[in-house]
Design a protein around this ligand. Structure first.
Ligand code: 5RP
Length: 217
């Protein structure tokens, strides 16, 4: 089975978790694009969505699905998003699509976080995928030096990328993240860091791995 087929099957399985009248949090990425397409087939059943990126907002609106401001939505029942890596404790690396800050806000605002992935995203220890960190532009070099000193990993500026919030991304290479909660906390302390792409303090509640049939963890 192709990776795209696995993504589509994971995304379609997440539709089982939708209940009538819900406001659904929607993540970002190619797996989520399949989820948005599936959501369109039941759009009359949901009240609205809250989107984590301009990219997802555009796709939701193309399908005629209402997108709400999180400030008006309150606590969400459900958030569905992909990931770049997922460990056995359902801690995640996210931000490959540079949408990590809004994704983390919506994850935190949601009672249930369902992560939809293809099997290649499963790892025993996080860190093979470079860890994205969103940074205020003027602090880029400062944050890079502090990350190097703090973690020993190599921060690389994702040149040419500006986030939906007007910031830049540093991707930290060569990490082996055995304590994701501690690393998320420590990196969050650096002045100039807006968001760390580790979702460990608030991990996923359910992980759906695409396959025929999908595996639900
Ligand atoms: C975007 C993300 C995505 O969820 C992550 O990059 C996975 O993307 P894809 O579904 O395309 O493999 O965190 O910021």
């Amino acid at each position: 089975m192709s990776q795209n087929e696995a993504k589509r099957l994971a995304a379609e399985k997440a539709i089982d978790y939708i209940e009538d009248g819900m406001i659904v949090g929607v993540g970002t990425g190619s797996t989520v694009a399949y989820f948005i397409d599936a959501l369109a087939t039941i759009r009359h059943r949901i009240k609205a969505t809250v989107s984590s990126s301009d990219q997802s907002t555009a796709r939701l609106k193309q399908h005629g699905i209402e997108v709400m401001d999180l400030n008006h939505a309150g606590t969400l029942s459900l958030y569905v998003d992909g990931a770049d890596e997922c460990d056995p404790r359902k801690c995640l690396i996210k931000g490959g699509g540079a949408a990590l800050t809004r994704e983390k806000i919506i994850a935190e605002a949601s009672r249930q976080f369902i992560c939809i992935v293809d099997p290649a995203k499963q790892v025993p220890v996080l860190g093979r995928f470079p860890l994205p960190v969103e940074v205020i532009p003027m602090a880029r070099s400062l944050v890079a030096r502090e990350i190097l000193a703090m973690t020993g990993g190599q921060p690389v500026w994702r040149d040419g990328v500006t986030t939906d919030n007007g910031n830049v991304i540093l991707d930290i290479h060569n990490l082996s993240i055995t304590d994701p909660v501690a690393m998320e906390r420590e990196l969050n302390q650096i002045s100039g860091v807006v968001c760390v792409g580790l979702f460990a303090r608030r991990p996923a509640d359910v992980v759906i791995i695409g396959g025929d049939p999908p595996t639900v963890l």
